[in-house]
Design a protein around this ligand. Structure first.
Ligand SMILES: [Zn+2]
Length: 111
């Protein structure tokens, strides 16, 4: 259900940035693979919350960011293979998350 709250905050940000524009046509969102946000349900909520605003009928465009880890033992950055989060270089498990939890509104297109 947290997609609804997220979608509402996207709308608030978009409307603030579109101040003075006639209509919002597209929103470009960046979503990390780990953020557990489902594109389809965001689009569904978007159609509901944007109704009656200048963003009504606009399209959401999602860019997925792959999960990346950084190995603190050998300083390698890597994309985890499935559920194994060990470093492919040295087999170490002292890793930190570099990317994958993003959820942000990158840009909006207006007309
Ligand atoms: Zn390593």
């Amino acid at each position: 259900m947290h997609e609804l709250a997220i979608t509402q905050s996207i709308l608030e940000i978009a409307l603030r940035h579109a101040d003075g524009a006639g209509r919002i046509t597209q929103l470009n969102l960046v979503i990390g693979d780990l953020s557990s946000i489902v594109d389809d349900s965001v689009q569904f909520y978007w159609d509901v919350v944007s109704r009656g605003t200048i963003a009504e009928g606009s399209q959401l465009h999602f860019e997925r960011i792959k999960t990346r880890f950084h190995c603190r033992d050998c300083q390698t950055d890597f994309e985890p293979d499935g559920r194994a989060f060990e470093c492919p270089q040295c087999g170490g498990s002292r890793v930190s998350l570099v990317a994958g939890r993003e959820f942000q509104l990158e840009s909006i297109e207006v007309e």
